[in-house]
Design a binder for this molecule. Structure first.
Ligand code: ADE
Length: 240
């Protein structure tokens, strides 16, 4: 049985390292300063790549995965800052909706986060991949998991006032720096996309020192979830 090609995007080296431990690599391709690792993960064909931190890196990388590698679906995993008061480091947040919180055309009358002349406010993740990610996260019982909105911006949020505003204004559970731009590129190319983040720090309490301590745990959680999820994806419709 042939399986669809899945793109796996992470932002940081630490996030890729755990994936590479289980990736049977066939070749590495360099594009735009990024290394695309082509191979098999859990016996399914994948291309895994570090896009770098921030929205431009993430968008560029996503378009390369789609145009050059012809990935048929895309998974973004990594760490995020917790926003909601119930979210703790180590918890998993699976995005059903993504918004760029630093997009602000409010002087032109648009709500914060709204992109210019785009018919949608937020980018919804693929419902099938969302369901599978939820099933896979249930297999990691030692940490809570949540499904909800993640917001993205070119800022590391470590200020409790800003975290509170993001939580209240966007009704967001977590913040990070890539996934809404990946979602925008997938939306424009009609590629199914899911974003799974594990909480590395409490942006909501300003405890950004958590980042160094919790990133290894968060990275391990996200990668376990990916390993559980990839085989489940065989049943999901994908672009041909
Ligand atoms: N990624 C992990 N923690 C984050 C934070 N607090 N702000 C933005 N991106 C993050």
């Amino acid at each position: 049985m042939s399986h669809p090609l899945t793109g796996i995007i992470v932002a940081m080296q630490e996030e890729l390292e755990v994936i590479l431990q289980s990736l049977v690599k066939e070749r590495t391709v360099q594009r735009a300063g990024m290394e695309f690792h082509v191979g098999h993960y859990a016996d399914r064909p994948v291309v895994a790549v570090i896009c770098g931190v921030g929205k431009v890196n993430a968008a560029l990388c996503t378009q390369i995965l789609i145009s050059e590698f012809h990935v048929q679906r895309l998974i973004n995993i990594g760490v995020a800052g917790g926003l909601g008061p119930m979210i703790q480091p180590g918890d998993i947040v699976i995005a059903d909706s993504l918004v760029q919180h630093d997009m602000d055309l409010s002087p032109l009358g648009l709500p914060k986060g709204q992109l210019y002349r785009l018919e949608v406010f937020d980018f919804k993740t693929d419902p099938h991949l969302l369901e599978l990610a939820t099933q896979a996260s249930a297999q990691i019982p030692q940490h809570k998991h949540f499904v909800g909105r993640i917001v993205t911006g070119d800022q590391f949020v470590a200020n409790p006032t800003q975290a509170q505003q993001l939580y209240q204004h966007f009704d967001a559970l977590a913040c990070e720096m890539e996934s809404a731009s990946i979602a925008q590129v997938c939306y424009l190319n009609q590629i199914p996309f899911i974003c799974i983040r594990s909480i590395s720090d409490n942006a909501n309490t300003g405890a950004h020192m958590d980042f160094a301590e919790f990133t290894p745990i968060a990275v391990a959680n996200a990668s376990t979830l990916l390993q559980n999820m990839i085989p489940l994806c065989d049943s999901v419709p994908h672009v041909v």
